[in-house]
Ligand binder design. Structure first.
Ligand SMILES: Nc1ncnc2c1ncn2[C@@H]1O[C@H](COP(=O)(O)OP(=O)(O)OP(=O)(O)O)[C@@H](O)[C@H]1O
Length: 254
C-alpha cells in the first residue's frame, strides 16, 4: 500500500461534549486520527469511550464540538451518510448471512459498496465481477482457506476476520473498532493483532480496547480517557511512563 501523501488528519474531533443529566460523559474531547496510524483510546469502565465512538458514528448527538472527516464537517450528517463517506464501524456487522459462504457474504458487501440495488441475492451472487474483489478482501483478512465455508460454521475468530473482509469491501477511509479483541483467546488475539497492524495502511484505526497487551503492541498513539476527559495523549512509551496514567488507570501492571 502506498505511503500516505499527507499527514492531514482523516478524522479530527474538537471540543466534543456530551452530558447525560448531571453526568458529563464526554468533556471537551479533542483528538485526531492520521493516515496510517492506530490511535488507541483507553480508559476504565464508564470513562466515556463508547459514548465518544457513538458521537463519531452519528448514533449520539454531541451537545458541543465538531467532527471533521476527510476535511469535511460531518456534524449534521446521520450515521448512514457518515458510513457512505467511508467511516467504518467494524465488528458490529449484523448483516452476515449464516447460510451463505464467506465468499458470498463478502460478494454482497462488495455489491452493496458499489451501490448495486438488488432485490434478490441470486443475480448478485452470479456476478463474476464481484468474485475477484471479494476474494482479494478475504485473502487480506486471512480467511482464504474458509472462502467456501458457510458463515455459520466459522469460529469466533474466523467470524471476526469475515467482518474485517466485509468492512474492507466498503473501502473505508477510517475504521472505528470497539473492543475487537473481546472473546478472541490467546491465539486468535495474536492473529487479529497481525491483521490489524496490516489493516492500518488501508485505513487508519481508532481502536477502543481493554486488552493492554494488544494496545501496547498495536498503537502508534494512545489517548487516555478518564471521567470523560482525555488526561494524557502520546506514544506507548510516554503513556506507560506517565505517572498520572499509572495512578488512575494502569496501576502497577504496566
Ligand atoms: N444513554 C445514556 N444515558 C445516561 N447515561 C449514559 C448513557 N450512555 C452512557 N451513559 C453513562 O456515561 C458514562 C460513560 O459510559 P460509556 O459506556 O461511554 O463508557 P465506556 O468507557 O465505554 O465504558 P466501558 O469500558 O465499560 O464500555 C457512564 O457513566 C455511563 O453510565
Amino acid at each position: 500500500m502506498a505511503k500516505p501523501l499527507t499527514d492531514e488528519p482523516v478524522l479530527e474531533i474538537s471540543g466534543l461534549r456530551k452530558r447525560f443529566g448531571a453526568l458529563v460523559a464526554t468533556d471537551n474531547v479533542s483528538l485526531t486520527l492520521r493516515p496510517g496510524e492506530i490511535h488507541a483510546l483507553i480508559g476504565p469502565n464508564g470513562a466515556g469511550k463508547s459514548t465518544l465512538i457513538k458521537q463519531i458514528t452519528g448514533e449520539i448527538r454531541p451537545d458541543a464540538g465538531t467532527i471533521r472527516f476527510d476535511g469535511q464537517v460531518i456534524d449534521r450528517l446521520d450515521g448512514a451518510a457518515r458510513a457512505r463517506l467511508g467511516l467504518a464501524r467494524s465488528f458490529q456487522v449484523s448483516s452476515i448471512i449464516p447460510d451463505f459462504s464467506v465468499l458470498q457474504n463478502v460478494m454482497l458487501a462488495v455489491a452493496g459498496a458499489d451501490g448495486h440495488v438488488f432485490r434478490f441475492f441470486r443475480p448478485a451472487l452470479a456476478d463474476d465481477a464481484l468474485t475477484a474483489p471479494a476474494l482479494y478482501h478475504i485473502a487480506h483478512a486471512g480467511l482464504e482457506d474458509r472462502a467456501h465455508s458457510p458463515a455459520a460454521e466459522l469460529s469466533h475468530g474466523e467470524r471476526r476476520k469475515l467482518e474485517i473482509a466485509m468492512a474492507l469491501a466498503l473501502r473505508p477511509r477510517a475504521f472505528l473498532l470497539d473492543e475487537p479483541m473481546a472473546g478472541m483467546g490467546a491465539e486468535g488475539g495474536r492473529q487479529l493483532t497481525a491483521i490489524l497492524s496490516a489493516l492500518k495502511s488501508d485505513a487508519p484505526i481508532l481502536l477502543v480496547e481493554h486488552d493492554m497487551d494488544a494496545v501496547f503492541a498495536l498503537a502508534d498513539r494512545i489517548s487516555v480517557l478518564v471521567y470523560g476527559q482525555i488526561i494524557a495523549q502520546g506514544s506507548v512509551a510516554e503513556i506507560r511512563s506517565d505517572p498520572q496514567v499509572r495512578a488512575s488507570y494502569l496501576g502497577e501492571e504496566a
